[in-house]
Design a protein around this ligand. Structure first.
Ligand code: KIV
Length: 274
């Protein structure tokens, strides 16, 4: 089934939405073939693929490059591409231009940006330009320096009220869905019940309309993962075992074996070449 903005909206209250991150063609192809509804080309790219400590160094060109690869692999999933840090902070005009590049050059179907009521003008302008926007509230990793680390948000009554107010403001500005990250499960439930648009949680409890995980966390490739992650596989160990086995097979000469070699009828034909 082809996933679109309309099918995503229709899933609210009916069937849970699955979203995973992907940054390359093979991961997108495999996730898509498993019926994942939505693929997020997240700026977590910076941390899990490019080796940065946070997401702040990721550029528009990085996002476009990886989004194009994902778009070649995903045939049915709705592709959402993150707007990187500083691509939507300077002006409404620059925001629309940058989001337009993610759609035209990256082949994303929607863009995601982090923040609350302060980004209502940008979301309205994107909506006018027919660019679907997913909001992202709670723990917003691009604000790591302001937060002083990756910390659970909305733990006090006032902080929780602010996140709920932000969520409502984004919905009214035209956001098609919201990612809720790193908030208490009870707040995730409250926000989900208060909105007409779907919420997609990551560390926001089971009541959200959908769940998203970073692919490298759920596949067990990252060394450590946050409390809210379930590692559905242990590919880190599988990869270590495979690389180590290759290393020793090369050293002890057991690879390549005869079945990995090209043969001709008789090797005699090579006897007199010099
Ligand atoms: O960049 C990302 O992967 C994200 C998810 C954590 C939601 O924004």
């Amino acid at each position: 089934m082809k996933n679109t903005v309309a099918t995503l909206l229709a899933q609210k209250g009916q069937t849970k939405i699955s979203m995973v991150t992907a940054y390359d063609y093979p991961t997108a192809l495999i996730a898509d073939s498993c019926g994942i509804n939505t693929i997020l080309v997240g700026d977590s790219l910076g941390m899990v693929v490019l080796g940065y400590d946070d997401t702040l160094s990721v550029t528009m060109d990085d996002m476009i490059h990886h989004c194009r690869a994902v778009a070649r692999g995903a045939k049915n999933a709705l592709i959402v591409c993150d707007m990187p840090y500083m691509s939507y902070h300077v002006s409404v005009e620059e925001t629309v231009r940058n989001a337009g590049r993610l759609i035209q050059e990256g082949h994303a179907h929607a863009v995601k940006l982090e923040g609350g009521v302060e980004f209502v003008p940008e979301i309205r302008a994107l909506h006018r330009a027919s660019i679907p926007v997913v909001g992202h509230v709670g723990l917003t990793p691009q604000s790591i320096n302001a937060f002083g680390g990756f910390k659970v948000q909305g733990k006090t009554r006032e902080a929780a009220q602010k996140i709920l107010d932000d969520a409502r403001a984004l919905q009214e500005a035209g956001a098609i869905a919201l990612v809720l990250e790193g908030v208490p499960a009870a707040l995730g439930a409250k926000i989900t019940a208060a909105l007409r648009i779907p919420t997609i949680g990551i560390g926001a409890g089971p009541a959200c309309d959908g769940q998203v995980l970073v692919a490298h966390d759920l596949l067990g490739i990252t060394e450590k993962s946050p409390k809210f992650v379930r590692r559905f596989a242990d590919l880190r160990t599988s990869m270590q075992e495979a690389f180590a086995a290759f290393e020793s097979a090369v050293k002890d000469g057991t690879f390549p074996a005869s079945e990995h070699c090209y043969q001709v009828g008789s090797d005699d034909i090579f006897a007199d070449i010099h």
